[in-house]
Design a protein around this ligand. Sequence first.
Ligand code: SAH
Length: 363
Amino acid sequence: MTTLAAKIRERIRRDGPLSVATYMELCLNHPTHGYYRRGRPIGACGDFTTAPEVSQMFGELIGIWCAAVWQAMGQPERVRLVELGPGRGTLLADALRAAATVPAFRDAIDLHLVETSESLRAEQAARLADARPTWHERFETVPPGPALIVANEFFDALPIQQFELIDGTWQERVVALAPSSQALRFAATDSVPVERSLGCAPSGAIAERAPAREALAGALAERVAADGGAALIIDYGYEQPGIGDSLQAVKQHRRHGVLDDPGTADLTAHVDFSSLGAASRQAGADVFGPVHQGDFLRALGIDARASRLRQNASAEQAAEIDAALRRLAGAHGMGALFKAMAFAHPALGAPPGFERPAHTAKP
Ligand code: SAH
């Protein structure tokens, strides 16, 4: 049994079952045994691979996006460039290299990283030393001022609540102990049923809500609406809230049981972009998207960037560039599952990649 599993059992015995949100938070961010507090999760030798790790093109295009938004903001002398959950620092290393083509933008950047993992902070420090970043545990401590905020595969790691439809009422799903074996198992709260409507569904259906994600979206939107700038959120998820259980654990690139060996696997859930958009609008920002990641990257010129890279590449490298392009932008890779959404100051207008009306494909 992992140390965290023992601690979780002890806590349930003492205080009763945990909400799915509390369980997720403990698994990912427990101060000593949480998944992101230990180990190196990202990359071929880790548990999962993210878009910036697939190809340099991803971070470069986001760097160009930031430079273009900064120009649309009127080229402020100082701009906070904030990344939430920068992982190994790859996206920013590529973005800053690409941003160097607009020297005045590169000079205006004041870099802030929101990161809880000590080991990832060390990688970020090594990768991004020249840009002199400042680290934060939470977005709220990033100093005020015009900001460009980027979050790739960050919101999916923030906790969600789950509800189960039992005998016609929605009840919060919790993590409890099986009576005899004392193993972790899912149960429904036998206390107060959830009053609010979570939609029509068959008995046993699961619905998800994520107040922590909405609160963060609201905080980002409030910041850009007050001080100027924009936030770019890229993640896997759906355009409209749906019914279904999207909580999943991944370890060494394979599915893992959500309740097995807590703290040793990455635990995420799909992002409900409509709820983030609503929270952001309410906080006073304009909302753009979600658009498919593939459409977003194509609008930013990923095809031209790939052709350019191919010109100086060996046959083997050219094949890798083509594979990365398919994986990032193709409908069968990350191109359709992943979505991009932007929150912007109302004076800014549509940022690059969001000029066309959101496409209407079903999730
Ligand atoms: N954006 C990176 C990494 C995605 S993984 C990429 O695309 O490669 C999620 C990142 O968010 C990791 O850096 C992780 O350590 C960080 N993280 C997860 N939960 C966090 C939290 N609650 N607060 C701050 N950082 C968090």
